[in-house]
Ligand binder design. Sequence first.
Ligand code: PLP
Length: 367
Amino acid sequence: MSISAKSSIEKLKTYKPNFGKSKLDNLIRLSANEGALGTSLKAIKAVKSFSTNLHRYPPQVSEDLIRAIGKRYSLNKDRIILGNGSDELISIIAQAFLDTKDEAIYTEYGFLQFPQAIAVAGAKGVIAKDNGLTASVDNILSKINKKTKVIFLANANNPTGTFIPKDEVIRLHSSIPPNVLLVYDAAYSEFINHHDYIDGSSLVEKNENVIMLRTFSKLHGLASLRLGWGYCSQYIIDNLMKVRGPFSVNTPAIIAGIAAVEDIDFQKMSVAHNFEWMAWFEKQLKILNLTFEKSLTNFLLIKFPNDIKYSAQSAEDFLAKKGILVRGMAVYNLPNYLRVSIGTEKENITLINELKKFLEKDNDNNI
Ligand SMILES: Cc1ncc(COP(=O)(O)O)c(C=O)c1O
């Protein structure tokens, strides 16, 4: 007899980000959708000043951070729950709401943590086919049955960058039974300035069966500290708090989070940078004859020819040799695509120059 993990866990693959194995110095990392401009200097200063209380547990719930988030986003602070990254919230939602006999729906090219969390909770994940590379409300609705307990939807989605408009989100919610929880992951919402987009907070305020998820890892540039939050009913908060470890968000994350969320100038600068360079990327990719999905986020999904010489894998390897990390999409069943985060001016220009060299290799124009 030897020990064995639950069979549902043994079968699972461990999530692997692409941070690269390269020994090159000054790697350009455009593989994890991190903040292009780093972190607010105010947040860095706040963390630096924290050191004397390392021996103390963090507060179980930081009222100060919750108040700061509520103020910044004009939301009711009583509906906010903090998490050790929104990844933790995704996991504990699955654990709190899914039994082994239950089903949870996620979209075909939706964020990979959804099926992972569903499987870890021991429930059955059900895929709703996308329409092209965009979530399809009809396909999600067609998968609902009596066993369905949760629907996970990232809007805008990672890795596609695509979104479904306000009317479709409302149609989705109004068509699902009240006992089905809609997890609306709005991780990239701060980058989005589109008249037809909703971040989900208004749905939360009117309904008990919706939770909006947000993160400090993207706009606020605090990915290393692991800080996310959810907006939902008291019932959901109470039950998530039962599943979560007694201490989740650490004190430096709380301190940095308050400084970051209050640093509106840094946020404005980051959003403006993203807009400017997203437009630039779109132009450059067109010049290079590469197709891409229109993205509302801080990254782009780029398609490569189905030709070994110019394939996505060859491009990823070529760029890695030049010290540029991008994210291969084979894990998402999109082997012809690479996902590329918007970086600094220098990083973006270097990437496009190298991509150009890649496509011109052997001066062969047969792509
Ligand atoms: C859609 C989506 N949700 C959640 C996350 C995870 O965010 P966090 O760093 O807060 O765990 C990501 C990160 O890439 C994401 O793309």
